[in-house]
Design a protein around this ligand. Structure first.
Ligand code: GAR
Length: 210
């Protein structure tokens, strides 16, 4: 299988996926990495791993639709079987999401359906949550609303700041994302009628819990 990863920044999740591919824990190839921001660390990580990179800056396009069309062309040129959003900080148009239905996944830094959108770690602290984490989910037109595949949990500690909590959540992200991708690659994971199935069994709405 051929995987394209979309990033906007540091790319630590991309690194976890590259490492898992190198170790054979994901039996697929990351064939391209596309960033909407130039000069980010994730691009250097891809280059270091010998993966082709591309920068498409959204401000160069007249509309969200025009950018997403260009992005779709770039992804399809890699003949991607799976598109992985790894810290890609853009809202995608319905046409783009529909084009990749069932083969577009995202990682979001909260225990969905809690805390969709931004500033998830601070919001978890402000709300007095005792646990927090990250979710891997199929992408649908609803922002951070698609069917959840897997969640990794961490406790929220009394002394936590948004930064310390983010660091602890990232450790979980780097565990759950490669796992979800390998399930997809082997065909163990399926999206049918808006629900996730793993090895033929319907997953709970929160996905697999780690
Ligand atoms: C990760 O925490 C990811 O969950 C989050 O951005 C970070 C990217 O880190 N994604 C979102 O907030 C998407 N809405 P990384 O670039 O080091 O992988």
């Amino acid at each position: 299988m051929r995987i394209v990863v979309l990033i906007s920044g540091s790319g630590s999740n991309l690194q976890a996926l590259l490492d898992a591919c190198a170790k054979g824990e994901i039996q697929a190839a990351i064939v391209g990495v596309i960033s909407n921001k130039p000069n980010v660390k994730g691009l250097a990580r891809a280059t270091q791993a010998g993966v082709a990179t591309q920068v498409l800056q959204h401000q160069d396009y007249a509309s969200r639709e025009a950018f997403d069309q260009k992005l779709q062309q770039a992804i399809d040129a890699y003949e991607a079987d799976l598109v992985v959003l790894a810290g890609f900080m853009r809202i995608l148009t319905p046409a783009f999401v529909d084009h990749y239905a069932g083969r577009l996944i995202n990682i979001h830094p909260s225990l969905l359906p809690k805390f969709t959108g931004l500033h998830t770690h601070q919001r978890a602290i402000d709300e007095g949550a005792t646990e927090h984490g990250a979710s891997v989910h199929f992408v649908t037109s609803e922002l951070d609303g698609g069917p959840v595949i897997i969640q990794g949990k961490v406790p929220v500690l009394p002394e936590d700041t948004a930064e310390s909590l983010a660091q602890r959540v990232l450790v979980q992200e780097h565990i759950i994302y490669p796992r979800a991708v390998q399930w997809f690659v082997t065909g163990a994971l399926q999206l049918t009628d808006g629900r996730c199935y793993l090895n033929g069994a319907k997953l709970p709405v929160q996905g697999v819990q780690v």
